[in-house]
Design a protein around this ligand. Structure first.
Ligand code: BG6
Length: 471
C-alpha cells in the first residue's frame, strides 16, 4: 500500500447509489423503511444522485479535484440479496467497475462493508439484535474479501457503531425506530462488536496485504468544568459512547467497568457469551477510522429518565430550529450546552478543537494505531446561482478549521494517515433528505440528468491538497 498521505472524500451506498432494485439487488432495511408509512416525508434514496449510473463522472471529478482516495460502501443486499445466501454476481460486477475506474486515476479505495443498510431479511430477524447477525455478516464479509482481495487496500467492517446503535434504539430516527430502548441499544452495540471481530477473523484467514479497520463516529467526551463530578461524567460519556466499541476493536477487550455499569443500569447481559471473549481478543483492527463532526459535551447526570434529546427538543431536526443534539443517560451523564459555541441548523456544535482533543486522547490511550479521518463534513442549506454554482464559504471555513486541528495533532505525533471530506457530491441525508447538503459537488435533483456542478469548496479543497503534498 502506498505510504503517501491520502486525501479524498466519502459516500455511502444507500445515500448515493440509487438503483435500489437493479441487477438483482435485494431490499435493505432503508428501502423497507423509506417505502413504508413510517417515512412521513415520502423522500427516499431510490434514485438519489444515481451514482450507480454516474460513477464514472463522479470518480473523474474526484481525480480532477486532486483527490487520491475514495471512501465508499458496498450495499450488503446487492451482494447477498436474500436469506438463502446466494451471491449476486451482478452486484460484484458493479463494484468491480467502480474499482476499475478508481484504478484508472490512481485513487485508493477505502471500502466499508456496512454503512447502516442491513439487508431487509436481516432486519426481519431482529436486525442488529438478531443473535445470528455476526455469523451472517461474517459470511457476507468473507465473500467480499475473497472476491476483491488485495484490490481493496483498506477495508472497513462497520460504519459508526455507536452512532448507528443510538439512532436505531435511542433516538429512534433510523429503522427499526425504537426510542430509548437501553436493552436493545446494548444488545445492538455488543452484536456490532462481534460482527467486527468475526469479519476480521475471516479477513485474516486469507492473509491479504490489505488492512482492515472500523469507522467510529463520536469524538472524546469533554466537559466545561474539571470538578470530580464533571470528570466522572466525562469518563461515563467515554465509556458509553467510545470505549465499548474502541476498546474491543483495538485492545481486544470490553472494559470491565463498562460491563459493571451496564449491569447496574438493569440491563440483562445474557447475550454476552463466554466463548466470544477469545474471538474479540484475537481479532482486532489494523487502523481506526475517526469521523469528525461535533463535540461530545457532557455534564453530571442530574435527574430524569434516559432520553435522547436535550430539553425535549428534536434531535437532528433542521429548518433552523437548532435544538441542541444530545441525550441524558440515567445514572451516567447528560449532554451539556455551551452558550459560546455556535450550532448548525441541525443542532450540532461547530467546534473544530474537538478533533484535536480526540486525536490526542486516542494516541494517549491506543498509541500509534494509524488513524484516517474518514468523514468530516458541514451540512448546510446550500444556495445555488442560476448556473448551479454554490459559493459555500461556510463549508470552506468549517473544513479548513477542522483541518488545522487535525494537522496540528499530526504534527504533534498522532499517526494520521489520511482525510476524507463528507461528502464527494450531494447525496441523501438519512433524516433530512435532500435539503441538507454536504457535497463538494452540487447535484441538481430537478435536472433529469442530475447535473453535477463543482462548488467553491471543491476548488478550495483541490488547492489545499496541492499545498500539502509534503505530508
Ligand atoms: C455520518 C454518517 O454520521 O453523518 C453519514 O456516516 C451521514 O452517513 C453523515 O450522512 C451526516 O449525517 P446527517 O444526519 O447530518 O445527514
Amino acid at each position: 500500500m502506498t505510504e503517501k498521505f491520502l486525501w479524498g472524500s466519502a459516500t455511502a451506498a444507500y445515500q448515493c447509489e440509487g438503483a435500489w432494485d437493479a441487477d438483482g439487488k435485494g431490499p435493505s432495511i432503508w428501502d423497507e423503511f423509506c417505502h413504508s408509512e413510517k417515512n412521513t416525508t415520502g423522500i427516499t434514496g431510490d434514485v438519489s444522485c444515481d451514482f450507480f449510473h454516474h460513477y464514472q463522472e463522479d470518480i473523474r471529478m474526484m481525480a480532477e479535484g486532486g483527490q487520491n482516495t475514495y471512501r465508499f460502501s458496498i450495499s450488503w443486499s446487492r451482494i447477498v440479496p436474500k436469506a438463502d445466501r446466494v451471491i449476486n454476481e451482478q452486484g460484484f460486477e458493479f463494484y468491480d467497475n467502480v474499482l476499475t475506474e478508481c484504478e484508472k486515476y490512481g485513487i485508493v479505495p477505502n471500502v466499508t462493508l456496512v454503512h447502516y443498510d442491513l439487508p431487509d431479511y436481516v432486519g426481519a430477524q431482529g436486525g442488529w439484535c438478531w443473535e445470528g447477525i455476526a455469523d451472517e455478516f461474517a459470511y457476507y464479509a468473507a465473500a467480499v474479501f475473497r472476491h476483491f482481495g488485495d484490490r481493496i487496500p483498506l477495508y472497513v467492517t462497520i460504519n459508526e457503531p455507536t452512532h448507528n446503535a443510538s439512532c436505531c434504539y435511542m433516538v429512534g430516527n433510523y429503522p427499526p425506530n425504537e426510542k430509548v430502548n437501553m436493552q436493545h441499544f446494548c444488545h445492538c452495540a455488543y452484536n456490532m462488536v462481534m460482527c467486527n471481530a468475526k469479519a476480521i477473523r475471516e479477513f485474516r484467514k486469507l492473509h491479504l496485504k490489505s488492512q482492515i479497520g472500523l469507522v467510529h463516529a463520536s469524538c472524546s467526551a469533554e466537559a466545561l468544568k474539571a470538578t470530580p463530578e464533571y470528570l466522572e461524567a466525562v469518563e461515563n460519556g467515554d465509556l458509553f459512547t467510545n470505549d465499548w466499541v474502541l476498546d474491543p476493536a483495538i485492545k481486544g477487550e470490553i472494559p470491565q467497568k463498562l460491563i459493571d455499569k451496564v449491569k447496574a443500569s438493569g440491563i440483562d447481559l445474557s447475550f454476552m457469551k463466554a466463548e466470544d471473549r477469545a474471538v474479540i481478543a484475537e481479532n482486532t483492527i489494523d487502523f481506526l477510522g475517526q469521523n469528525a463532526y461535533s463535540r461530545l459535551l457532557v455534564k453530571p447526570y442530574h435527574s430524569g429518565e434516559t432520553c435522547a434529546t436535550v430539553n425535549n427538543a428534536g434531535n437532528n431536526d433542521g429548518s433552523g430550529k437548532a435544538a441542541k443534539e444530545g441525550k441524558t443517560v440515567k445514572g451516567w451523564f447528560e449532554s451539556d450546552t455551551d452558550p459560546d459555541v455556535p450550532l448548525n441548523p441541525w443542532g450540532r456544535e461547530i467546534y473544530p478543537q474537538c478533533i484535536y482533543n480526540t486525536l490526542i486522547k486516542r494516541k494517549q490511550k491506543y498509541g500509534d494505531i494509524p488513524i484516517y479521518i474518514t468523514e468530516n463534513g458541514h451540512g448546510a442549506y446550500d444556495v445555488a446561482d442560476e448556473q448551479g454554482y454554490v459559493a459555500d464559504d461556510g463549508r470552506i471555513e468549517f473544513l479548513s478549521n477542522f483541518l488545522e486541528q487535525i494537522l496540528k495533532a499530526k504534527a504533534e505525533g498522532v499517526n494520521v494517515k489520511g482525510y476524507y471530506v463528507w461528502s464527494t457530491m450531494d447525496l441523501y441525508s438519512w433524516i433530512n433528505g435532500y435539503k441538507k447538503r454536504y457535497g463538494l459537488v452540487r447535484v441538481d435533483y430537478d435536472d433529469p440528468d442530475l447535473k453535477r456542478t463543482p462548488k467553491k469548496s471543491y476548488f478550495w479543497y483541490k488547492q489545499f491538497i496541492e499545498d500539502h503534498q509534503d505530508l
